[in-house]
Design a protein around this ligand. Structure first.
Ligand code: PEP
Ligand code: MN
Length: 354
């Protein structure tokens, strides 16, 4: 088992009125190795916890301690992925990173076997490499459509296989994982479940690629710690997905944080994709946000597409008609090529054996 994150090494700034000797004694009593640091007119301590057990927070309770800074990264497994990107993460013909951009597309929810097959054909023809569709929907109201469950999952599986796409679907409860894992190619963890830790662990243990959405109020640290839960299971196939944050604004459903894409890519090796649909909440805004995401360096997109949005039972306003989606993918292909990347397709998958 991989080692958990700890606060093994700390820098401690003492308050001006502290008695350094008594703080040092208190720390030693807790089993820490301590060195005194002379910092101009201030005194600091460098402390190491050989057992790696004591959180920085507890040290902050000792009289005379002003501030505590941990020198150990909080998400070491996520940071360790940097430099190990390799060929990116392949999910059937889809490939995220390693010079490839992939697009996942489909309806918000699977409605019936025939309509999901028709959408699968249309998104595949436009250039998507993975199908999406919700079987277990997370709805704000318990009175809204909750998804078709395991039956819908089987329909999604059949539709994807018929056209040679891989597919992602959201799981919302650890109890769904074992049965669903027999069918799914990639497991989506929705924004609202980003901190459902038992779900993260259970999904991680399947070894399947995990699409981890950022909660709409989560900072990057919380998001990476959620990824860290999956990584502790030994599953390194984690794809991060930015989908917009709650903000003071109401002209868009959520405020899409595109700055986080290059920020993350400079620090960690996991692919980062963007969901412009749930961020915008309006199909007219989706293509612009999607193009901006690719220009910011995103390794892919997940886009809601529906040929007859007026008939859908969830997220009707943000579903892109197939013709608009096709046009968008041509633009994505061109934008990816600008920085030497390639839009993965059913043909490139054959060529690279993915
Ligand atoms: C979805 O992808 O259908 C969805 C509900 O997204 P999110 O978890 O980002 O709200
Ligand atoms: Mn949706």
């Amino acid at each position: 088992m991989l080692a958990p994150a700890t606060d093994a090494a700390l820098i401690i700034l003492l308050s001006l009125d502290a008695r350094p000797a008594s703080v040092v004694a208190a720390l030693k009593e807790l089993g820490l190795d301590v060195e005194v640091l002379h910092l101009g007119d201030r005194t600091g301590l460098y402390a190491r916890d050989p057992r790696g057990e004591l959180p920085a927070e507890s040290i902050g309770r000792i009289a005379g301690v002003e501030r505590v800074m941990s020198l150990s990264p909080r998400a070491p497994l996520a940071l360790a992925t940097k430099g190990r990107e390799g060929g990116g993460i392949a999910v059937g013909p889809a490939r995220f990173g390693g010079g490839f951009v992939s697009v996942i597309a489909g309806p918000c929810a699977v409605e019936d076997g025939e309509s999901i097959k028709s959408i699968a054909r249309q998104v595949a023809a436009a250039g998507a490499t993975a199908l999406r569709g919700g079987a277990f929907k997370v709805r704000t109201s318990p009175h809204s459509f909750q998804g078709g469950g395991i039956e819908a999952l089987a329909e999604l599986h059949a539709a994807a296989r018929e056209v040679g796409l891989s597919f992602f679907t959201e799981l919302t409860d650890p109890r769904q994982v074992a049965q669903a894992a027999e069918l799914v190619d990639g497991i989506q963890i929705g924004a609202r479940h980003m901190q459902n830790f038992p779900l993260l662990l259970e999904a991680g243990r399947t070894g399947k690629p995990i699409l981890l959405k950022r909660h709409m109020a989560a900072d990057v640290d919380e998001w990476l710690l959620a990824a860290e839960y999956i990584l502790t299971t030994g599953n390194e196939r984690v794809i991060l997905c930015e989908r917009g944050l709650k903000s003071a604004e109401s002209h868009v459903r959520y405020l899409l944080d595109l700055g986080v894409v290059p920020w993350l890519k400079q620090r960690i090796g996991l692919p980062v994709i963007v969901d412009p649909s749930h961020a915008a909440g309006d199909w007219r805004l989706v293509p612009a946000l999607a193009r901006a995401a690719i220009a910011a360096g995103a390794d892919g997109l997940i886009v809601e597409v529906h040929p007859r949005p007026e008939t859908t039972r969830s997220d009707a306003l943000q579903a892109l008609p197939p013709a608009d989606f096709k046009r968008l993918l041509e633009q994505v292909r061109a934008l990816a090529a600008l920085d030497g990347r390639q839009l993965a397709s059913l043909e490139t998958a054959d060529a690279v054996g993915g």
